[in-house]
Design a protein around this ligand. Structure first.
Ligand SMILES: [Zn+2]
Length: 328
């Protein structure tokens, strides 16, 4: 980083000087970073991040330090670009949404995975998803959602959600191999729906960590529940139902029906259990609208009332735990 402390002062002036109102869908290319984006406390921390990076001194600890450094970089690069000081390098990550609580970024992968990066960026679906999240939640620290490759994922760790292009590739192969989608368009839609569900799941992990939420039972099950509740709240039941289908496909392509011992101690429930849980939740969200859903997957009618209860309990408890962080 070659910028000076003068740049920090400029940055802070710019950040504080901008008008409100533009945060709803901030595309960094048409940037309008509002003063809401950087609260007085976070401005101070952002400044410390800059100074730390500039002077190569230690940046004060913060559980989401990495996300803040990333955020500082993104804002700095954009300001530099607007000042005409820097031309975007080809390999530079592309940041498409910068909100107060969520940042969406794509690292550009190698040739093999490039089609997935292009697919995501051209569809604009993730931008809509992240903007919906931004308009729904108000978090104390920003979560960086980063599409990336060569790293473990999908995974949440310390303020960053890694969504991998490899995940898209492997699921693309599964969906194609099983003939689940009849057309190429359907295949793409299936893949995007799955990615969306998994992103909600990871946001669930992020909230548990960031807000220090109590989780009784398996966190993986809890955040699957969160993802189903969010999908339902956003009127995107299809996203949850698609994920359920893919969990089912994963089971069906296993060569043998034997379940390895590892599956029983894995932090996730079995794919098939996850599938039934999601179906149950979505049924429970609208029993009249989905009157044949349980039957379609072979679940008995005795499950009906249990699924309604399960959905209501899960959504009520999530809302209760995160009420302070939901925008009104
Ligand atoms: Zn998980």
């Amino acid at each position: 980083m070659k910028h000076t402390i003068g740049m920090v002062a400029t940055l802070v002036t710019l950040l504080v000087g901008v008008t409100q109102d533009a945060i709803s869908q901030v595309n960094i290319r048409e940037v309008l970073i509002t003063e809401e984006t950087v609260t007085s406390m976070s401005t101070e921390y952002l400044q410390q991040v800059y100074q730390g990076v500039n002077q190569q001194i230690e940046i004060p600890d913060n559980p989401w330090k990495d996300a803040w450094i990333m955020k500082a970089w993104i804002v700095f690069n954009e300001l530099e670009r607007r000042a005409g000081n820097v031309a975007a390098a080809a390999e530079e990550p592309v940041t498409t949404v910068v909100g107060e609580s969520f940042i969406l970024q794509y690292e550009l992968p190698d040739e093999t995975l490039a089609p997935y990066a292009n697919l995501l960026m051209e569809s604009g679906v993730m931008e809509e998803v992240v903007t919906d999240l931004e308009n729904t939640f108000q978090l104390p620290q920003p979560i960086l959602i980063r599409f990336t490759s060569g790293k473990p994922g999908p995974l949440y760790y310390q303020g960053v959600i890694n969504m991998t292009y490899e995940f898209l590739l492997s699921n693309h192969e599964i969906i194609a191999a099983t003939g689940y989608a009849e057309t190429e368009d359907e295949l793409v839609l299936t893949l995007l729906n799955l990615v969306e569900f998994v992103l909600y799941h990871e946001v669930g992990h992020a909230l548990v960590d960031m807000l220090d939420l109590p989780v009784l039972g398996k966190e993986e099950d809890a955040v699957d529940g969160f993802a189903a509740v969010v999908a339902s709240a956003f009127d995107l039941d299809v996203v949850a139902l698609t994920a359920a289908d893919i969990f089912n496909l994963n089971t069906s392509i296993q060569v043998s029906n034997e379940i390895s011992p590892a599956a029983f101690w894995d932090s996730h429930s079995l794919d098939q259990q996850r599938m039934y849980s999601i179906i149950c939740m979505i049924y429970g969200s609208d029993p009249n609208g989905y009157s044949s859903l349980l039957n379609d997957v072979g679940m008995p009618s005795e499950k009906e009332s249990e699924c309604v209860y399960s959905f209501q309990e899960t959504s009520r408890n999530w809302i209760r735990l995160i009420a302070d962080y939901i925008k009104q």
